[in-house]
Ligand binder design. Structure first.
Ligand code: NAI
Length: 291
């Protein structure tokens, strides 16, 4: 059976691992602590059961789950024999580079090392690997929740070869996804570059007292036709992640005017669904419910 490794078992990593396992891959899923992996496996099991109830799973949830091997902390052992690694750790360039250096040391020479980063340059992450691996470092950017969202951005860094881009697009297609190839490694790529502007505009309207959070979100859902309003989407994404992304883009030349409401939520650790409160309140932290 083909093997992949997913590094980071949080909001994104557990969903990406689930997708690969559903497509028949053996998946090594790595996180820094056992408790995070246990929570990830519980979330995957819950999601697989939901898919089975809807008749969207070809096999028993336990069969899919049995293809996911939790690994505490050890990136090296997880990438032995893999054809692909997808990194989904915290949005911090130093942490990501450490993961890439370790994976480069232990993965087969032909393995592709992909990152699910939302905003960090692929070219900068590729600096962590040996020169001969640089053509195999690429962005594979899923959206939240990976199991349901149809798009994967495939991002080409300065060194990424066309062959790597093609192979990653093929992996995404095997997972049932649509792909957009992003040829310029610009901050935020395509989707997050646009969303950053939407979030900023929405947030400043509220900060200036021009509209309420509910009014902005209602307008975006019921008139602009978006599935979620800007504030509920930030809660769902994780406001900590929004702050990391904003900071990374700002540092790399993206001109923006950071909105105090978002920064305040980060300082108060009101991260949204994951912490039980963000712009809205969630009575069961970690579980999304329409407010
Ligand atoms: P998260 O905070 O939910 O999960 C990150 C996980 O990585 C945590 O469980 C953490 O313990 C683990 N981790 C940290 N350092 C590690 C290491 N050295 N080795 C193994 N695991 C480690 O974050 P989330 O939201 O899953 O984001 C992960 C990546 O995906 C980020 O780069 C983010 O920008 C990107 N992303 C996030 C989206 C979202 O909606 N939350 C959407 C698309 C991309």
């Amino acid at each position: 059976m083909p093997k992949v490794a997913v590094i980071g078992a949080g909001t994104m990593g557990h969903g990406i691992a689930e997708l690969f396992a559903m497509a028949g891959y053996e998946v090594a899923l790595v996180d820094v602590a056992d408790e995070y992996l246990k929570r990830a496996l519980q979330n995957i099991e819950w999601s697989l059961k939901k898919l089975a109830e809807k008749g969207q799973l070809k096999e028993d949830p336990s069969a899919v789950l049995s293809r996911i091997r939790p690994v505490v902390g050890d990136v090296c052992s997880a990438v032995v024999g893999v054809e692909l690694m997808v990194e989904a750790v915290v949005e911090d360039i130093e942490v990501k580079k450490r993961v890439f250096a370790e994976a480069d040391r232990c993965a087969p020479p032909e393995a592709i090392l992909a990152t699910n980063t939302s905003s960090l340059p692929i070219t900068e992450i590729a600096e962590a690997v040996k020169p001969e691996r640089k053509t195999k470092v690429v962005g594979m950017h899923f959206f939240n929740p990976p199991v349901l969202m149809p798009l994967v951005e495939v991002i080409k860094g300065q060194y990424t070869s066309d062959e790597t881009v093609k192979k990653v697009a093929e992996y995404a297609q095997k997972l049932g996804k649509q792909t957009v190839v992003v040829n310029r490694d610009v901050p935020g790529f395509i989707v997050n570059r646009i969303l950053a502007r939407v979030n900023e505009a929405a947030c400043w309207m509220v900060a200036r007292g021009e509209a309420t959070i509910q009014e902005v979100d209602s307008a975006l859902i019921y008139k602009a036709g978006l599935p979620m309003g800007a504030f509920i989407l930030m809660d769902y994404t994780g406001i900590d992640v929004i702050c990391f992304i904003g900071d990374a883009m700002l540092k790399r030349g993206f001109k923006s005017h950071p909105c105090p409401l978002i920064l305040e939520k980060c300082q108060q650790k009101k991260y949204g669904v994951k912490s039980g409160e963000g712009f809205y309140k969630y009575p069961a932290p970690g579980k999304f419910q329409w407010p």
